[in-house]
Ligand binder design. Structure first.
Ligand code: C2E
Ligand code: MG
Ligand code: MG
Length: 470
C-alpha cells in the first residue's frame, strides 16, 4: 500500500517536475538566445576587427602613439594616417538622433576595417571624423588607392533603423611619415591640413599631404603658414576690456580678447584668424596660450595690487576648442601653477545650446566647472531667448549680445524677454552682463532694467593691459 501511494506520489511529482523543468529550460533558452543575439551584434565589429587584425584607438591614444613612433623613429620607420570626415554629422544628430549616428559610424568602421591593411588602427578622432593609422610603406599611388577605396566604402548607402537608405558624403586627408612632418605635432597638423585641402576641392575628394600641396595651397594655406610664424614669433597678444558693476560704477573684472599683431596688416581681430586656426587645429594652441597668458597677467596684477584680488578675468572658448578632449586637463595643469582663486576666473562659452549634443564639449565644461571656474553663456540673443535652454544647466553669467540689446530698445517684446531673464536670474542666482554698451542712453535703459554688469566702448575699448594699469 505504502509503495503504491509512494509510486503514485512519485508519478505526480515527476510530471510536475518535468513540466517545471521544461518551462525553466524554455525560459533559459529564450534568455540565452536573447543574450547570444545581443552579444553577437555587439561583438560583431570587434570580431571583424580581430579577424582583420584592426585595433581601435581613441584620439588621445593615436596622438600618444604618434609621439612614441617619432621618439623611436629610424630609417626603417614607415607609417601613414588617413583622416576621414563625414559631412553634416551635427545635422544628422539633430534629425536622426545620437543613437542612429553612432550606428552609422559603426557601419562605416566595419566597412573600412575590411578594406584597410591588416594591423591598421582605427580611431574616433572627432565626433565627425575617423582616423586610420596604417603601418605601411605606401607611395603616392598606394595612398591614392587607400583614399579612393575608403571613400567608395563610405559612399555606399547605409540602411537606417527606419529601413530608409542614406548616402554619406566624406572627405579624406592622407599623409605618410616623412621629413616634411618633423614631429608628431606637425604630423597631426599636416594631416588636418590635407583634410582641409580635400574639403575645399569638393565633396568625396581626397588630398595627399606633400610639399607641393603645401606650396600650391591657396590663401588659407598661406595664412596657415603665417599663423605658424606668428606663433613662433609671439605675434599674438591679449587685449583686455573692463566689465563694470553698473550700479556701483566700478570695474568688477576684465574680458581677455585675442589680437594678432600682424607685421604687414597691423592689428587683426579674431574674426580674421580664428576660423583658419579652427580648421588647422591651432585653436588648441591658442586656448592654452591665452589661458596661461591671462593667468600670468592676473597673478602679476594681484601681487602688485592686493586690493584688486577679487577682480574676475574671463577667457573665451569656442565650441571647437571645447571639442578637444585634452582641454580641461591642459587647463588644470596651467591653473595649478598660479595662486588665483578659481572663482575669479571665468570661461565664456558661445553656442551654449550645443553643449549636450557633443560629449567632449559637455565633459570639458563639467570639468572646468568642477575646478571652480565661473561659466558664462556668451552672446545670448534671440535664438537663445527661450529660458527653457537655461534650465538644468550650471552657469554663473549670461552675457547679452549687443545686437539683442540694440533691438530691445525699439522692440518692447525683446525688452520684455530681457526683463523676464533678469527676474529669472535673481531667482536662480546668476548674473546678467550687457555687452556692447556704447552710449549713456543705452546705459540708462539697462540701469532701468536692473542689469548688474555691463561692458562696452562707453566704459572702455579692448586695449593692451598696460593701458588699464594691468
Ligand atoms: P565676444 O566674446 O562677444 O567679445 C565681445 C566683442 O565685442 C569683442 O570683439 C569686443 O571688441 C566687441 N565689443 C566690445 N564692446 C563693444 C561695443 O561697445 N561696441 C561694439 N561694436 N563692439 C564691442 P572682438 O574682440 O573682435 O572679438 C570677437 C569675438 O571673438 C569675441 O566675441 C569672442 O567670441 C571671440 N574671441 C575673442 N578672443 C578670443 C579668444 O581668445 N578665444 C576664442 N575662442 N574666442 C575669442
Ligand atoms: Mg566673450
Ligand atoms: Mg559676446
Amino acid at each position: 500500500m505504502n509503495t503504491l501511494i509512494l509510486a503514485d506520489y512519485q508519478l505526480n511529482l515527476d510530471t510536475s517536475v518535468y513540466i517545471l523543468l521544461l518551462v525553466v529550460f524554455l525560459a533559459i533558452s529564450c534568455v540565452a538566445i536573447f543574450f547570444l543575439i545581443r552579444g553577437i551584434k555587439r561583438d560583431r565589429n570587434r570580431l571583424i576587427a580581430e579577424k582583420y587584425k584592426i585595433a581601435q584607438l581613441d584620439r588621445i591614444g593615436l596622438e600618444d602613439m604618434l609621439k612614441h613612433k617619432y621618439e623611436i623613429a629610424n630609417e626603417d620607420t614607415h607609417f601613414c594616417v588617413l583622416l576621414l570626415q563625414v559631412h553634416e554629422v551635427e545635422k544628422m544628430k539633430l534629425s536622426l538622433g545620437q543613437k542612429q549616428v553612432e550606428k552609422i559610424f559603426a557601419v562605416l568602421k566595419e566597412r573600412l576595417t575590411r578594406v584597410i591593411p591588416r594591423g591598421s588602427k582605427i580611431c574616433d578622432y572627432a565626433p565627425d571624423m575617423l582616423a586610420i593609422y596604417m603601418e605601411e610603406d605606401l607611395d603616392n599611388i598606394g595612398l591614392q588607392t587607400v583614399a579612393t577605396v575608403c571613400i567608395t566604402e563610405c559612399n555606399k548607402p547605409v540602411t537606417l533603423i527606419s529601413r530608409a537608405k542614406m548616402t554619406l558624403a566624406v572627405n579624406v586627408g592622407i599623409l605618410a611619415y616623412n621629413e616634411f612632418s618633423p614631429d608628431a605635432m606637425s604630423f597631426v597638423q599636416n594631416m588636418e591640413l590635407a583634410l582641409v585641402t580635400a574639403f575645399k576641392s569638393g565633396v568625396n575628394k581626397y588630398a595627399i599631404y606633400s610639399e607641393e600641396l603645401a606650396e600650391t595651397q591657396t590663401e588659407a594655406y598661406r595664412q596657415y603658414q603665417e599663423i605658424r610664424t606668428a606663433i613662433a614669433e609671439n605675434q599674438f597678444v591679449l587685449y583686455y576690456q573692463p566689465i563694470y558693476d553698473i550700479a556701483a560704477n566700478r570695474i568688477m573684472g576684465y574680458e581677455s580678447l585675442v589680437r594678432w599683431q600682424h607685421p604687414d596688416l597691423g592689428l587683426l581681430t579674431p574674426d580674421k584668424f580664428l576660423p583658419v586656426m579652427e580648421q588647422t587645429g591651432d585653436i588648441n594652441w591658442i586656448g592654452v596660450w591665452a589661458f596661461d597668458n591671462m593667468l600670468a597677467m592676473q597673478s602679476k596684477h594681484i601681487k602688485e595690487h592686493p586690493d584688486h584680488s577679487n577682480l574676475i578675468f574671463s577667457l573665451n572658448l569656442s565650441p571647437k576648442q571645447l571639442m578637444w578632449p585634452h582641454l580641461a586637463e591642459e587647463f588644470r595643469k596651467i591653473y595649478k601653477r598660479y595662486r588665483i582663486p578659481a572663482e575669479n576666473i571665468c570661461m565664456e562659452i558661445v553656442e551654449f545650446s550645443i553643449f549636450d549634443k557633443v560629449e567632449e564639449v559637455s565633459s570639458n565644461i563639467l570639468k572646468l566647472s568642477q575646478m571652480g571656474f565661473k561659466i558664462a553663456i556668451d552672446d545670448f540673443g534671440m535664438e537663445m531667448s527661450s529660458l527653457k535652454l537655461l534650465e538644468d544647466r550650471k552657469f554663473d553669467w549670461v552675457k547679452l549680445d549687443r545686437s539683442f540689446i540694440d533691438k530691445a530698445q525699439d522692440d518692447f517684446l525683446i525688452g520684455g524677454v530681457i526683463e523676464t531673464l533678469i527676474g529669472y536670474s535673481k531667482k536662480n542666482g546668476f548674473a546678467v552682463v550687457a555687452e556692447g554698451i556704447e552710449d549713456e542712453v543705452t546705459l540708462n535703459y539697462l540701469k532701468g532694467l536692473g542689469i548688474t554688469y555691463g561692458q562696452g566702448y562707453y566704459y572702455g575699448r579692448p586695449q593692451p593691459p598696460e593701458n588699464y594699469n594691468l
